[in-house]
Write a protein that binds this ligand. Structure first.
Ligand SMILES: Cc1cc2nc3c(=O)[nH]c(=O)nc-3n(C[C@H](O)[C@H](O)[C@H](O)COP(=O)(O)OP(=O)(O)OC[C@H]3O[C@@H](n4cnc5c(N)ncnc54)[C@H](O)[C@@H]3O)c2cc1C
Length: 467
């Protein structure tokens, strides 16, 4: 990963918009740029587009969509933006938050109407920190379906995706104008492609162990659950060019990954009235804070593990997620008719576990405050059959990166923006504050889809401005 001056011999071919990375951010940007009339090429290191997008649940938050209206949910960008800022304790740049919050509905409806992505609203449970139900997903609630649908849309729009082409070198003038990139093929051969503008959509640096140790030492040792291509390419280029870099300690963790199966267990099992205990059979924190900070909470317990406890009613809600169904198929979800039997199946001390469950029921009935401060009152008590999963904490993706403006143009550390360089998705600094607790559910794909949409369309804005 290096930045060099443009080669004297130039580039054998040049495209108007070149995009590095065929994840959600890159492909949404490609579709938007192509629709705006640009000639677009996407380069992708893998043989088939996948990225962290394919590993995700594919859920994208948006406010004021017709999918929400169909469920009678009134929502707007200002409410959404306030939720994002509240979770991040106001650490985000307000303009970027407002941009994402006000773009998401348009982008989702555009993907649905123009490219046939069959979004629907997750309407049957709440995500922590969201004041409205606003997570939108495809039927299987899996990122694999999302990435495949975007790839099919790119194919339909005539956008070439050059696979097995890892961008390794960025060629830029001394003033920071990007001229092209150098690609490395699996056989070691090298190619160059020139561009009118470059959109970095190669995600973050969570798969780069040295970066994780440097920027977020508290999560070193956690399972890395993202895509191996998250090696910090965009960040390294941005640093070399003199870009403004923000919040490198920000990341999304997850404290509910089935262990040792390595399958995401949706936080719905907790949000709907479930809870977590450690090996002693006791709870250890207020789970309602969110699943990102749950990673550190769980990793700090004996053995770096915990147990998610819920029941068959909640499992029925969780089953809309392909991951949960896979966890059940692999035997990660244990089920029993009594709490004692569940404790036995999970290897937990029965007396302590029974006391924990009784205390939660008391709090749900409003007869006592929860010692950890969770607002349990009114929640439905667990009922047989009971369920439990052994879980651990994982690092999902980073949230810091290149600072961008409302059209995802990369900012210079010295002020202003680069003339033809954009960063979207995990390549850009997101809206999750400076640590792990600022991540509001869906912030990852929100940055990919909204910044991709805006960066792609920015070419149209530039044309309009020049008359
Ligand atoms: C298990 C899991 C669950 C998640 N669930 C959700 C969720 O439900 N909702 C949500 O909002 N977020 C979720 N996230 C986060 C979300 O997946 C990411 O924030 C989002 O996918 C980022 O999209 P992206 O396009 O920036 O990156 P990616 O999808 O990772 O795409 C980047 C692409 O760039 C390619 N690439 C990298 N370097 C190069 C290079 N040098 N040359 C060429 N190609 C390169 C990669 O191979 C990859 O295909 C989850 C993450 C994980 C790990």
């Amino acid at each position: 990963m290096r930045v060099l001056p443009p080669p004297a011999e130039g580039f054998p071919a040049t495209v108007e918009t070149l995009i590095v990375g065929a994840g959600a951010g890159g492909m949404v940007a490609a579709l938007a740029a192509a629709q705006a009339g640009d000639e677009v090429v996407v380069v992708e290191r893998d043989a088939v587009p996948s990225g962290s997008t394919a590993l995700s649940a594919g859920l994208i938050p948006a406010a004021g969509t017709r999918f929400q209206a169909a469920h009678g949910i009134a929502d707007d960008a200002a409410t959404f933006a306030a939720d994002i800022q509240r979770k991040a304790k106001g650490e985000n740049e307000p303009t970027l938050v407002e941009t994402m919050a006000s773009t998401a509905a348009e982008a989702i409806e555009w993907l649905a109407d123009r490219f046939g992505l069959a979004f629907s609203l997750v309407h049957d449970f709440d995500y922590p920190g969201h004041g409205r139900r606003r997570m939108h997903g495809l039927p299987t609630r899996s990122g694999r379906e999302l990435i495949d649908a975007l790839r099919v849309a790119c194919e339909g729009a005539g956008v070439p995706i050059l696979c097995e082409a890892r961008a390794d070198t960025l060629y830029a003038d001394a003033d920071g104008r990007v001229q092209g990139v150098g690609l490395v093929r699996p056989d070691g051969s090298e190619e160059r492609i020139g561009c009118g503008r470059l959109i970095l959509a190669s995600n973050g640096y969570g798969g780069n162990a040295a970066r994780v140790a440097r920027h977020m030492p508290e999560i070193v040792g956690a399972l890395w659950f993202g895509h191996s291509g998250n090696d910090g390419t965009a960040l390294a280029w941005g640093e070399a060019l003199g870009a403004e870099i923000r919040h490198l300690g920000a990341y999304q963790g997850h404290g509910n990954v089935a262990h040792p199966h390595g399958i995401l267990i949706t936080w719905a099992v907790i949000g709907e009235g479930g809870f977590q205990v450690d090996r002693t059979g006791r709870r250890f924190w207020n789970e309602a804070q969110g699943y990102s900070e749950a990673a550190r909470a769980v990793l700090a317990r004996p053995g770096g593990e915990a147990f998610a406890i819920f029941d068959a009613r909640i499992a029925g809600i969780a089953r809309q997620f392909a991951d949960f169904r896979e966890a059940e198929a692999q035997g990660a979800v244990r089920s029993a008719d009594t709490l004692d039997a569940l404790a036995g199946a999970l290897g937990l001390p029965t007396d302590a576990f029974a006391e924990t469950c009784a205390a939660v029921d008391t709090a749900k009935a409003g007869r006592a405050d929860d010692p950890f401060g969770r607002a349990f009152a009114g929640a439905t008590p667990l009922a047989p059959p009971f369920c439990g999963v052994r879980v651990t904490g994982a690092l999902f993706h980073t949230q810091g990166g290149l600072a961008v403006d409302a059209d995802a143009r990369v900012r210079r550390a010295a002020g202003g923006t680069f003339p033809n360089l954009h960063a979207v998705g995990g390549a850009a600094c997101g809206v999750s504050g400076s640590g792990d607790s600022g991540y509001l559910s869906g912030n990852g794909l929100l940055a990919a889809v909204t910044l991709g949409f805006r960066a792609g369309r920015a070419v149209q804005a530039a044309r309009d401005a020049s008359g």
